[in-house]
Write a protein that binds this ligand. Structure first.
Ligand SMILES: Cc1cc2nc3c(=O)[nH]c(=O)nc-3n(C[C@H](O)[C@H](O)[C@H](O)COP(=O)(O)OP(=O)(O)OC[C@H]3O[C@@H](n4cnc5c(N)ncnc54)[C@H](O)[C@@H]3O)c2cc1C
Length: 386
């Protein structure tokens, strides 16, 4: 039986970064992944993911974001791939809404450069948008997007170059702790031994971490790409050179988020509902998007983007793994100290990929990390089985 210092189950967003970080430390690492790098069956596809720093979810995420940004730059350099574009970000809401008020709190608490805009300033600066008259926005330059498929491919390439063994198309069907304090993993192709295990299975966590009994809700989410009316607002205003990423929720009108046009005039303007999914499982998700779903999205989106009137370019599903408090699950497995887990990224994990990789590598090699991870404790009360 082949044996490794660390085995990683799931070489997707987080597992790929963990393999890269471990290989860099000279650790012998085996990564096992059901699909191929850059696949579209989990949570890491669809072309773009928002990254931002004035984090309305909780200011405690800001130090991690600073580390993650350093990691994104490093991954671009090491892979030679274009992954990150800081085209700016705008977070719009009524004055009490967390999208606006929480962003401002995080920016002020951590001294992040930002501007506050009122509705008329938003309209004149970004002619695609027509927010409510009492809307306010926080705008920051240090936000934009990263490319998810490029990221997972880059992490796999760089990890392999540093010596990691990565086996794609090889699903893990069982793992367990061994009496000697190590682990054993079984796939249809073989059996592997390891001193440590990292389990990063994304939306397959209910199966791969069943013994933890985590209260995770696996949700079907949709990305929609619409064609704007370029005769009303010319293409250049929708393009990433002139348009930021955005999150908006005004007067409880259901949070949306989206991107500028990044893939040419015919590529569509991509957006989605934030945190409003339909419960499903990773193996049974309905991947067909219906016309009604596109039109419901368009009706909501046009409250902010009235000129989003052209044809639907495409629509795709994606999986969220949501915890009750929407904070991640990153830490040591409660029943096995040689096993670390990373899951439950609750629809906002991608921007943290490089730093989560470092944290998981810390846990696997030292049993602890200096990064602030108290929010993500697998033993926290919010995760107690209901
Ligand atoms: C619609 C949508 C929009 C999003 N927008 C954003 C955004 O703008 N910004 C942001 O920060 N985040 C965003 N996210 C969230 C982010 O993409 C996820 O939090 C992140 O990708 C989760 O990473 P992961 O490693 O847990 O899952 P994945 O990247 O899915 O990786 C898990 C991997 O484990 C593999 N696996 C599972 N079981 C096994 C097994 N038994 N054997 C071998 N391999 C296995 C899977 O095949 C998969 O490759 C969005 C997600 C979605 C769905």
């Amino acid at each position: 039986m082949d044996s490794y210092d660390v085995i990683v189950i799931g070489v997707g967003s987080m597992g790929g970064a963990a393999c890269n970080a471990l290989a860099e430390r000279g650790v012998s690492v085996l990564g096992l992944e059901t699909y191929q790098p850059g696949h579209d069956q989990g949570s890491a596809h669809g072309g773009t993911r928002i990254i931002r720093q004035s984090y309305f979810e909780d200011p405690a995420y800001v130090p991690l974001l600073r580390s993650a940004y350093d990691g994104w730059r490093k991954l671009e350099t090491e892979s030679g791939r274009s992954i990150m574009n800081l085209c700016g970000g705008i977070y719009i809401g009524d004055p009490e809404n967390p999208v606006f008020a929480g962003s401002r709190e995080a920016a002020e608490k951590h001294g992040l450069a930002h501007e506050i805009l009122d509705a008329s300033e938003i309209r004149s600066r970004f002619p695609t948008m027509d927010p409510a008259d009492d809307a306010l926005a926080l705008y920051e330059d240090n936000a934009g997007y990263v490319r998810p498929e490029e990221t997972t491919i880059a992490n796999a390439e760089v990890a392999a170059r540093k010596g990691a063994t990565l086996r794609f198309g090889e699903p893990v069907i069982w793992w367990g702790a061994t009496p000697g304090g190590g682990v054993e993993v079984i796939t249809p192709q073989g059996r592997y031994g390891g001193d440590r295990l990292i389990v990063t299975p994304g939306a397959w966590a209910p199966q791969m971490l069943a013994d933890m009994g985590l209260p995770l809700s696996i949700e079907r989410m949709i990305f929609h790409w619409f064609t704007p009316d370029f005769s009303a607002v010319p293409y250049e205003y929708w393009h990433e050179d002139r348009h930021p990423i955005y999150v908006e929720e005004t007067h409880a009108n259901q949070q949306i988020y989206g991107f500028p046009m990044t893939d040419g005039r015919d590529g569509g303007f991509k957006l989605g509902f934030f945190r409003v999914g339909t419960p499903t499982t990773a193996n049974t998700i309905d991947r067909v998007v219906r016309d009604e779903e596109n039109e419901t999205m368009r009706d909501r989106a046009r409250q902010l983007f009235p000129h989003l009137t052209g044809p639907v370019v495409q629509a795709k599903t994606c999986l969220y793994s949501v915890t009750p408090d929407e904070h991640f699950v990153v830490g040591t497995h409660p029943a096995h100290e040689q096993v670390s887990v990373g899951c439950g990224f609750s629809g906002h994990g991608f921007k943290f990929v490089p730093v989560i990789g470092e944290i998981l590598a810390d846990l696997a090699t030292a049993g602890r990390t200096d990064h602030p991870v108290a929010l993500f404790d697998p033993r926290r009360p919010a995760l107690a089985a209901i």
